[in-house]
Write a new protein. Structure first.
Length: 197
């Protein structure tokens, strides 16, 4: 039987190990509007060892009941930082590879070999990223997710999930564990698991 305190300790240990191993892939949400999306992304980042950065203005209060319900209190395991504006964030991260994810992207996310420490930037649910932010990041680093003809956009939390998993896959799922075992990316099996039943 797993006691809640033990589960929290395990999750914290997993979080700390992932942060060390992943060298902090980062997700940036610029002016997110829907607390449930941000809450889901907090939980995602906590479970994948990625840092989350929120750039103001935010469309909700960080103490929102809807936000808490969506992240299920995973915020204590997530690294979340709030920035006053884009310029403040950008100055602090200008030495890292920064990628915008937009429907107007010039190359697909699957054409990028991500590196530990890369930063993925997403705009608000209703208006995406501004031309200034895309210009700051650079046109070549403006990426898109493929969609079928006539599609306008994807849900923000779904888009972040797809992109973060692709970035993590690209760096070999470094730091991943499954059933308390290190994950062997080459075989797709937990380490020490030699047979498929």
């Amino acid at each position: 039987m797993l006691i809640l305190g033990d589960f929290k300790s395990f999750q914290m240990l997993l979080r700390l190990q992932s942060l060390t191993d992943m060298k902090n892939l980062s997700i940036v949400l610029v002016s997110p509007e829907i607390p449930q999306n941000t809450g889901n992304i907090i939980r995602l980042c906590a479970n994948m060892g990625a840092d989350l950065h929120l750039v103001k203005p935010l469309g909700f209060d960080l103490d929102s009941k809807k936000l808490r319900r969506a992240h299920l209190y995973y915020d204590e395991f997530a690294s979340v930082k709030v920035w006053d504006d884009w310029d403040q964030f950008f100055i602090n991260f200008s030495g890292r590879n920064i990628f915008a994810i937009e429907t107007s992207g010039v190359r697909g996310i699957y054409n990028v070999e991500f590196q530990p420490g890369d930063v993925l930037v997403f705009g608000s649910e209703s208006s995406g990223l501004s031309d200034k932010i895309i210009s700051d990041i650079g046109l070549y680093n403006n990426l898109f997710l493929p969609m079928t003809e006539g599609s306008r956009s994807m849900n923000l939390a779904n888009c972040v999930s797809i992109c973060l998993y692709e970035a993590w896959r690209s760096i070999g799922f470094t730091g991943a564990v499954t059933n308390n075992n290190k994950f062997d990316f080459a075989s797709g099996l937990p380490s020490g698991f030699s047979e498929v039943l």
